[in-house]
Design a protein around this ligand. Structure first.
Ligand SMILES: CC(C)(COP(=O)(O)OP(=O)(O)OC[C@H]1O[C@@H](n2cnc3c(N)ncnc32)[C@H](O)[C@@H]1OP(=O)(O)O)[C@@H](O)C(=O)NCCC(=O)NCCS
Length: 197
């Protein structure tokens, strides 16, 4: 008979959540809805060349079922406090009066006291400071939640544009970690762990 391991302790107390919508300058972060599957799918397809090297889930062909599944899993992850996934929207000509330009998540996967931020942008939305400003605000919000003392951003050592985000925000490089295998084709397998000071 095998023993079931005890559930991993959660970073946030029960019933505590970050806001579902966050306004930042000309764009906003908002919790995903099922209607986001299509724009999410389009954004991933349009950014395949830039995402594929770094995001293990970005493989050919990009299937909308996977974006639907990501959103469904996100509902459960949000409700159980394990991850808070936001679509990033700017005002534009989209059907919903906004343009979908990327994704950012706050994740409970670095142990007690901490939350990790992960992100990507649609290629034509890069170079405008959208991610740096989104990550800055989410960091501030995370550090204001009960029990959260640090926020981390992890990326591969070769992913200079990703590493530039925490560096720009004043995070410090806390560790370099050797992974057994790279998880995406651009990766070296050497990981950077950036953390709030
Ligand atoms: C990682 C990623 C989100 C970074 O995108 P980015 O456009 O470089 O980041 P930002 O949106 O913060 O934009 C920063 C740029 O805007 C400029 N900028 C303009 N206004 C700015 C502002 N108000 N604040 C900060 N930067 C600003 C910066 O100077 C910088 O310019 P540079 O590209 O010439 O250096 C993007 O490259 C990406 O999606 N990559 C593929 C997926 C990926 O690797 N994800 C991370 C996995 S760990």
């Amino acid at each position: 008979m095998t023993d079931t391991p005890p559930p991993r302790p959660k970073a946030l107390p029960p019933g505590v959540f970050p806001p579902e919508r966050i306004e930042i300058d000309e764009f906003h972060l908002r919790r995903y809805t099922r209607e986001d599957a299509e724009p999410l799918h389009e954004a991933i397809k349009a950014s395949f060349a830039e995402l594929h090297p770094w995001m293990p889930w970005c493989v050919d062909p990009v299937k909308i079922e996977e974006q639907r599944d990501f959103i469904e899993r996100g509902f459960l992850a949000w409700a159980t406090g394990r991850a808070f996934d936001y679509g990033i929207g700017t005002s534009g000509d989209g059907e919903r009066g906004e343009e979908f330009v990327g994704s950012i998540s706050l994740m409970d996967r670095i142990g007690p006291g901490g939350l990790e931020i992960g992100y990507w942008l649609r290629s034509d939305a890069t170079g405008k400071g959208i991610m740096s400003r989104a990550a800055a605000r989410l960091t501030e919000i995370a550090l204001g939640l009960p029990g959260i003392e640090r926020v981390e951003i992890h990326c591969d050592a070769a992913n200079a544009r990703s590493a530039a985000v925490p560096e720009r925000l004043g995070y410090r490089l806390a560790a370099m970690v050797e992974r057994l295998e790279p998880t995406a084709p651009g990766e070296t397998g050497r990981g950077m762990v950036w953390t709030t000071p």
